[in-house]
Design a protein around this ligand. Structure first.
Ligand code: ATP
Ligand code: MG
Ligand code: MG
Length: 350
């Protein structure tokens, strides 16, 4: 059989490996992190430095295609691998998504609506940006943020110095605060030949900057913006010659969908698709990067709800199992630290 290489060993890699196994693929997972959980799947697993040429050469030799499951991986090893074996999505998608300013400029260039924004590399630039972007605003580190980490909100320009210090004085973008009714995401699967399929958009609710719940069908405020948002995601994927699942987060506003950010990978707001869609995002990612026909993205029931189990919420797992119709996913992580995603539950209503 063929072998799919996965860079990164978190829960996304674990769920990808399990979808790949169902389609008869072997997976070879490479993760540098001692806390990796994908190791517990029936995959071969190497815990090593991404920058080791020996390790990367071995991966290229063992795999027919390589993908990645988190966007904060260093670009260089991915580019190196792409010289030896097909890597999907292509490194350019990663390069753009890793830098919030590049990402917003790229999407703006494709006609996407974004919050007003400015790149800032010093306190003086932040103060100048506040004059043009306005307040309230959010200051986000350019790179490496996730789950709302590396972000600080500013109510007024007076808070510039404190905000700059709070993010550690790192290069950042300042974004105007978007007034929205709902948040949603477009998950699009695209094959190298351009064939694509996108899922109905979930309504995503966040708590403390972390996704708490995704539910479908989406309310009218989102449904009315679906076509425009999906068209933008399609243009992004096309411009990147993208293969795999692409996630784009949006705010539903009175002026239409406002693009927030993208992730060049499977996404937490798509976990509902495991039981709630005919073909899951994980299976469709595998199908897409292997050039296989894409699976149906339609709902399997009348309504679907996915809730993340964050920190000690996962401690009630046995109670959750006792609830009829609940699909429990635990990621096999050790310690339930606050804000850590330990698992999720999905309910499909008929
Ligand atoms: P993720 O875990 O999704 O990668 P992240 O750390 O990259 O998160 P964002 O998605 O940029 O962060 O922001 C986290 C949340 O903060 C958003 O889902 C939204 O609720 C809120 N938010 C971010 N930017 C804005 C904005 N410009 N206006 C209003 N709310 C915002
Ligand atoms: Mg993000
Ligand atoms: Mg986000």
């Amino acid at each position: 059989g063929s072998t799919i290489g996965i860079l990164g060993g978190g829960q996304l890699g674990r769920m990808l490996a399990s979808a790949a196994a169902e389609l008869g693929y072997h997976t070879h997972i490479l993760a540098p992190d001692a806390e990796s959980v994908a190791a517990q799947t029936a995959s071969s697993f190497t815990r090593a430095d991404y920058h080791s040429r020996i390790v990367l050469d071995e991966m290229a030799a063992r795999c027919d295609v390589v993908t990645y499951e988190f966007e904060n991986i260093a670009l260089e090893p991915v580019t190196y691998l792409a010289g030896k074996v097909p890597v999907h999505p292509a490194p350019r998608a990663l390069e753009i998504a890793q830098d919030r300013a590049n990402e917003k400029a790229f999407v703006g260039g494709l006609g996407g609506r974004t919050a007003p924004w400015a790149k800032v590399t010093s306190l003086a630039e932040l103060e100048a940006a506040l004059a043009t972007v306005g307040a309230p605003a959010i200051l986000k580190t350019l790179r490496l943020g996730y789950d709302g980490k590396g972000q600080v909100r500013l109510r007024s320009a007076d808070e510039a110095a404190a905000a700059w210090e709070a993010i550690g004085g790192r290069p950042a973008i300042l974004e105007g605060f978007v007034t929205f009714t709902h948040e949603f995401s477009i998950l699009l699967a695209r094959r190298p030949d351009g064939a694509s399929a996108s899922y109905p958009p979930p309504w995503n609710e966040h708590e403390d900057g972390i996704l708490a719940r995704s539910s479908l069908p989406a309310p009218a405020e989102i449904a009315s913006q679906w076509t425009e948002a999906a068209a933008l995601a399609g243009r992004i994927a096309e411009a990147l010659e993208y293969a795999g699942v692409l996630a784009c987060e949006f705010f539903a506003t009175a002026d239409g969908p406002v693009f927030n950010e993208m992730a060049p990978r499977v996404h937490n707001s798509g976990h509902w698709t495991i039981e709630g869609a005919t073909c899951s995002q994980f299976e469709n990612h595998v199908r897409a990067i292997c050039g296989l026909p894409l699976g149906e993205t339609s709902l399997t029931g009348a309504a679907v709800e996915m809730r993340n189990l964050i920190g000690d919420e996962a401690d009630r797992w046995a109670d959750l199992l006792a609830e009829p119709g609940t699909h429990l996913h635990l990621y096999g992580k050790g310690e339930a630290r606050p804000g850590r995603k330990m698992g999720h539950v999905t309910r499909v209503s008929r």
